[in-house]
Design a protein around this ligand. Sequence first.
Ligand SMILES: [Zn+2]
Length: 330
Amino acid sequence: MLEHFRPFFFWAGIANELILNGTEESVTYQKTLARPVRLAGQTLHAGVPVSCILSPAPVGHGLVFRRLDALAEVADVPVCPETIVIAPLCSRIANEGGTSISTLEHLMAAFRVFGVTNALITLDGPEVPILDGSSQPWVRALQEATIIEQELPAQVIKLTRQISVSHEDSHATLIPLTAEEDQETFSAAIDFDVPSIGVQSFTTTPTLEAFERDVAASRSFVVTSQLPDLQAKGLIRGGSLTNAVVFDANGVRNPEGLRFADEPVRHKILDAIGDMYLGGVEIMAHYRGNKAGHALHAALLRCLFADGAAWHWADEDLDTKVVAFRASQR
Ligand SMILES: [Zn+2]
């Protein structure tokens, strides 16, 4: 039975490199958590307590958020191109039943750099807890949960041409990797009219090592001139100096100061890594963002997934393999 399928069992856990047509190609396996882990905290927008449990999930499951406070038939929101919502000032996904999940970018960035492809994320509210405003608590949680490889390769999107979106002076672009390249890069630039931020730029690779060292601890930030508008829109009822860096004309208001001299642009990179994983799949591309935010990132992904000529699945047959694998497990 399933003769064509057996090699996957053989590869799994044995080798991360395999020989295809005489050329070496690196294979990344699907990954999940070895055990559940729970984090609880406040939400940024509504300012209410929320509990979040990250649980293991089987091959082919994907990343799925489950709202415990929603009706069971509309409680699940999968992370996939169809659920991406263009929302101001946060990342958001929503299903056809109207159930949404907001502020998932810092968790998504941690999932991306750990390579987590299958997990069930249960929440008892509409937002992921903001915690300290960075990805560091999520990185620690995933380390505590232990990330394990599963039996099949992970799906990857390969870009075939550049995709760009812009709005006023904000730009975001995905650029295909060249034939010689096997590592994506993320570059971001910002230009703020307060001297304590000013012009900043940063480039990194979305690897766990670089993320932990250079990006994960960078916190969300805000400039005091933005506060009245954000407060009027009810977007920061849970915002405080414990989960965001606040800049004014004189500098940083947080008594503990900055975690990095260029913390804002590093956080822009963090958000971009998380947002570019909102399709639920790694995109093999270089990201370039200039003053880019969540709404522009959502628009960029919409443009990408709407343009079938701009990308292809690295493994067109993976869905079939997943079905066969599940059948073999029964
Ligand atoms: Zn953020």
